[in-house]
Design a protein around this ligand. Sequence first.
Ligand code: Q9C
Ligand code: ZN
Length: 470
Amino acid sequence: MDTKPSGARPARRSPRLPNSNSNAQGRSEELKEAKRKGKMDRSKGEDELVAQLKHLEVSRSLASGTGLVHSEEFTRHNCLWDPSHPECPDRVTAIMEELERRDLRPRCLAVEPREATEQELRLVHKKDYVDLMRKTQTMSEKELQTISENYDSVYIHPDSFRVASLAVGSLLELVDKVMTSELRNGFSVSRPPGHHAQFDQANGYCLFNNVAIATRYAQRQHRVKRVLVVDWDVHHGQGIQYAFEEDPSVLYFSVHRYEKAGFWPHLQASDGPVAGSGAGLGYTINLPWNKTGMTDADYITAFQHLLLPVAYQFQPQLVLVAAGFDCVRGDPKGEMEATPQCFSVLTRMLMGLAEGRVLLALEGGYNLRSTAEGAAACVSSLLGDPCPPLSSSSPSLSALTSISETISAHYPYWSRLQVLEGGPLADDVVIRHKANEDQVGETSPSPLGVMTTGLAYDERMMEHLNLWDR
Ligand code: Q9C
Ligand code: ZN
C-alpha cells in the first residue's frame, strides 16, 4: 500500500492498518516525529501571522454585512415538457418569502446579479460546451428536448443560458465583495444549481458549475491561494470533485447520500477512500452516508471530527458552500432527518475560517418548506444571530462508520485528524458517554483508547455548540 504523499506534506500512516508501525519502539519514534512536526507547524504559523500583521490586515475586522443575491430572473428557467419537475422556480421564491417572513431580508445587503462572461464560464467549461449552451437560446422545444437527452437528468429552456450565466455571475459578485472586504459573507439565492456540471457536460439539473467557477475566479482575480469548498447537498458534487481532484489549492469536502453507490449519481468516485490524485492527493474528502435518516448529530459529528480539523489545518482564505437543502428533513430525494437549524450550526462552524469569508450558493432542495427553512437558518447565522438549540442525540453507528472510514483514508495526509473511537479502526465497542449520566470531572482517557489517542464522542459537545453567541 502506497501512502506516500506528493510534495512536502508529511506522510502519516493510519494506525492499525497493515503497514503501520505498531511496536513500542515505532510508536516512540512516531511520537518524536510528530513533536518535531508540531514545532515546525507552529513556527510556520507564526511566520504567517507576522506576514499578515505586516500587511496590516486589521481592516478585515471591520468588514461587515451579509450580501444577498436574488432576482426574479432566476424563476425564468423551467422545464417546458415537465411542469412538475422538482428543480422548479418556486424553490427560490419560497426561500425569499421565508427570508421576508423572518425579517432576515432587510438585514442583508442586496447584491445585484450579473451575467458571467464567456471567459469566466471557461474557467471550468470547454469552449464547445459553452458555445452549444449559448445556441440553445434560439432552439425550439423539440430541439431543446433532444439536446437535454444527451445529458443525465437535465432540462434546457430558451432562457436557461442567460439564467445559468446569471447564477454564476451572482456568485462572482459576492466573491468580489467579500475579497475586497466590502461584505463579510453572503448567500446566493440562485438557480439552476451547479455542482454536478462538468467540463463538457450538463448533469443533474446543473448547467454551469457555479461554485467551481467562483473558486477559480477567486484564485485568478483575487490571488486567493487556498479555497475550501464544502458541499452538503445530499448528492455528491462530482462536477466540483472532477474540477479540482489534482489541485492542492482547493480542498473539496462533500457529505452525501451514497448507499454503496445505490444512490444517484452511482459513482465509485463518491466513496470515502477516494482522496484526489497527484498533487491533489488528500484534498478531496468524501463522506458517503450508507443509510438514510442521518440526523443533526451525524452532521455535527462529521464536521467536528472530520471537516473542521482538516479545514483549520488547511487555512483557507475563502470558504464556498455548495448549499443544497435536499439533506434537510422532509426532502423527498434526500430522505435525511437533519433539521433546518442544524444548518445554522454548520454555517456558524465555518465562519471561524478564512476571516469569516463564507459564501453559500443554493444547490438542490426539493421540499419547498425544508429548503426555505434551511436557507433562512443559514442566512440567520451569516448575520451573526445565535444558533438555535439542537435536540441532543447521538450519531448513528452507520454515520460513525462512514466518518471513521473517511478519517482513516485521510489520516496519512492531515496531522490534525484523530481516530474516532467506535469506528472500524478502534478495537472495541463504541464507547459513548450518556449525557447527564456520567460524573462531572471525568477527564482521564478510556483505557481502551490509550493506544490510539482516540476521541470519545460525548453528547454534551452538542450543548457546547448551542452555547455559542450567548
Ligand atoms: N433516476 C441536485 O440536487 N436524479 N441535483 C436522477 C434518475 C438526479 C440532483 C434520478 C438528481 C439531481 C442539484
Ligand atoms: Zn442535490
